[in-house]
Write a protein that binds this ligand. Sequence first.
Ligand SMILES: [Zn+2]
Length: 266
Amino acid sequence: MKRFFFCLIGCLFIAGCSSVPYSNRSQLLFISEEEEARMGSVAWQETLNTEKISNDPFLNSAVQRVGSAVAAVSERSDFKWEFKVFASEVPNAYCLPGGKVGVYTALFQYTDNDAELATVISHEVAHAICRHGGERVSQQTLQAAGAELIGAASSDSELAMMAYGLTTNLAAILPFSRTHELEADFVGLLLMAKAGYDPRHSITFWRKFGSLGSSKLMAYFSTHPHGEDRIDILNEKMKEALELYQKSEQKGVGTVYQKSDLKGAY
Ligand SMILES: [Zn+2]
């Protein structure tokens, strides 16, 4: 924790504006990309040690197949990409900085094909390549002047877990802002199209996922606020996404999931 704090103070002097890929929005970051990736990998290790890993072959191959297709077009070959399925009844997914992607089994209740799975994975990968986690840590630390956030976490990994919404303590999660959410929807849409998945299936997925009022979905929406404007932004950017899709190695919806394939999903 001390190390993070000193790095933060150090970074205050070298903080600069960088610009977000695709959206070109400028962002202020007090944390280097290396530090962010280091925190991501510590949080990942902790997750691997504490969460139940699913060995379901169908779900794992789907996440590997779709995840590596999205990673391949992310222009982040420096990330150490890893894809894992975790057994959980909470439908959620995330991508830590540095490229560690986790998908919870319950998410498969809402995906009928690879294109719908690509919608979520691309959205999460977009949060990582746009450095939303680092921005959240920077913003929160600035606001709280280190007191609340740093006081609430007892280690770097705890801080990273909180920043990326991996904690089971909902009160401690730092939610993505509306700006981050819409940016991840837009960038995610372009990523799935570049990866060859028909971007129009993002709308079928979000309609299905968003209309369910289950309390289990609350965990997802507490870190990924859900707005009516999500579908609007997808429609608005669809032309741009379809142009990328036309140029890609088109896969359509990819593999279609049968009920019998999804026995490993909660
Ligand atoms: Zn999100």
